[in-house]
Design a protein around this ligand. Sequence first.
Ligand code: SF4
Length: 92
Amino acid sequence: VSIEEKLGVNKFILDEGNPHIITGKDTVEEAEAQKLIKACPAGLYGLNSDNSLRFDYAGCLECGTCRVLGKKGLIREWNYPQGSYGVAYRYG
Ligand code: SF4
């Protein structure tokens, strides 16, 4: 079973328009971005051609990895989703 198939069994309830993670810098060094791109288990980070960070909070597994790696301004705000929003793991 691939990682994508495993992630596909989780359920996400998206808090539309209210991201629980907000990135911090307008432009980033590629090495900085690669830390997040490689570490996020859900593959939610990317680097745009203008060196801005691409991020989509939909599908976040709430693991906290980017919270730790993004301490030097890459991540401006990191919270758990409110209420019943966010990830629901199918198999624990
Ligand atoms: Fe990715 Fe984990 Fe950060 Fe969510 S908390 S964006 S899954 S690294």
